[in-house]
Write a protein that binds this ligand. Structure first.
Ligand code: ADP
Ligand code: MG
Length: 337
């Protein structure tokens, strides 16, 4: 029922950044080579994600906004007992549509007609043919207009934009082969070129000074050239990425980004493992930049402990963190740092 959907949506779609995350994931899933995100007032006034992915025909877009599965919750008590059990997969567009006004314009690759579909507060209010390029654009307006309690929890524009920026940055770094851009109130914040190399993505996102300070990390068990770190008893398949020279730092940990099996995760243990590699080389309360990809066998990691937090649980945590520290230390030592 609609009320339950709205409550569930409010729990999972917490703020504009959660909408952006779901839409960007959909665009990447659709095989986009180019993807642009534009938000207004931190996303509180509007969110638009455009891609050149496979697109949808009319039937597909009508299906996309439907509820895919029966909601697993019946009451608010169930919800509070643990929204972590709520399957959000197959539910993003539906739940976003339940708490906002959404316009989707989409055309399949190679197709000759586009479709525009509009959803307001969970109801499809219009659908019909529309002229549009191949790919998909989803525009979300009036987020939480029908859930005032949730709307009240939105923070200031700079704070909400900060969250959006963080999300888009992580996808841009994790997908250097896709040209990803972010615009806030009609101003370009960054745009990657999609050339495929991480350093050029870092340059677009963090700027030249940072990109030039980055050292290549290349470790783990799966090294074909045999030069990588091969920690015993570690399930790590590979560790790769870029970490900054110890003199190129910021006063926050926000620029330490860790990805497990290609997905951004907030993992304090991995951040700490990176910091440990710097030993005493960092000034007090200074943190390096790091974009680090750790690949593990699927059975040694439990991602998505919660659908909107990006926590991760690692088996053999000590061995994994040791491998990360070793790989980062090796990268710094290779430069004589
Ligand atoms: P999920 O991504 O988990 O399948 P969503 O509600 O996010 O659930 O999307 C529902 C469906 O709509 C997707 O499975 C996909 O088929 C289609 N879809 C959504 N966004 C796009 C897009 N940008 N391009 C093409 N298809 C899309
Ligand atoms: Mg999705």
């Amino acid at each position: 029922d609609r009320t339950v959907t709205q409550i569930a949506a409010g729990e999972v779609v917490e703020r504009p950044a959660s909408v952006v995350k779901e839409l960007v994931e959909n665009s990447l899933d659709a095989g986009a080579d180019r993807l642009s995100v534009a938000v207004e007032a931190g996303g509180t006034e509007g969110i638009r994600v455009r891609d050149d992915g496979v697109g949808m025909d009319r039937a597909a877009v009508e299906r996309a906004v439907e509820e895919h599965t029966t909601s697993k919750i019946d009451t608010i008590d169930d919800l509070e007992a643990g929204v972590g059990t709520l399957g959000f997969r197959g539910e993003a567009l539906h739940t976003i549509g339940a708490v906002s006004r959404v316009t989707i314009r989409t055309k399949p690759r190679g197709g000759d007609t586009g479709t525009e579909l509009r959803v307001e507060g969970g109801e499809v209010t219009a659908v019909g043919p529309a002229g549009c390029p191949e790919g998909t654009v989803v525009a979300v307006e009036d987020l939480f207009y029908n859930t005032p309690a949730r709307r009240k929890f939105l923070k200031t524009t700079p704070t909400e934009f900060d969250h959006v920026n963080t999300v888009v940055t992580h996808y841009a770094l994790a997908n250097p082969d896709v040209a990803i851009s972010l615009e806030h109130d009609d101003r370009e914040v960054f745009a990657t070129e999609g050339r495929g190399d991480l350093r050029s993505a870092v340059l677009s996102v963090y700027g030249r000074e940072v990109a030039e300070a980055m050292r290549r990390v290349d470790g783990g068990n799966g090294e074909a050239d045999g030069e990588g770190v091969s920690p015993d008893a570690s399930p790590v398949e590979s560790i790769s990425g870029l970490v900054s020279h110890p003199e190129t730092t910021r006063s926050t940990r926000d620029y330490l980004s860790t990805f497990v099996n290609g997905r951004y995760v907030t993992a304090g243990v991995l951040r700490k493992a990176v910091l440990d590699a710097y030993g005493g080389q960092l000034a007090p309360d200074r943190y390096p930049f790091a974009v680090l990809f750790v690949d593990l066998p699927a059975d040694s990691v439990d991602v998505n402990v919660h659908p909107r937090k990006m926590e991760v649980r690692l088996n053999a945590e000590a061995a994994v963190t040791r491998a990360v520290t070793d790989a980062v230390r090796e990268a710094l030592l290779a430069e004589g740092l």
